[in-house]
Design a protein around this ligand. Sequence first.
Ligand SMILES: [Zn+2]
Length: 136
Amino acid sequence: MDNLKSKVAYLRGLAEGSGVNESTDQGRIFKGVLEVLDAMADAIDQLQKNQEDMEAFMDCIDEDLAKLEEDYMIEDEGIMEIECPNCGEFVEYPEDAVDDEEDTLELLCPHCGEVVCVAEEENLDESDDSDEEDDD
Ligand SMILES: [Zn+2]
């Protein structure tokens, strides 16, 4: 904000140099306007400093949050496992991924590369005999 302050200072110098003084109404008004501009430049300067502090603070929070998320994701809360029907390995997926999509989620098994479909939890348990297809 040095730019704003220096512009106000320039105007003040210009006014003084050209004989504007408080003995006239215009001079008083001009001085008042300059004072307001000066105060605004100060206020904006302060706001900008506060904003920079806030951004630095947010960066810290962001880093801390990322660490927390990493730690939290390693816990098994929110992580579901499904057995790959092709190779029998367990595939992990986030629990809420199913709710975000429709009722099913397609995953790639990292072990064999096959697509594994995840239905809503309740459907999973009931679909043990899986070979029946019904097309409506
Ligand atoms: Zn597999």
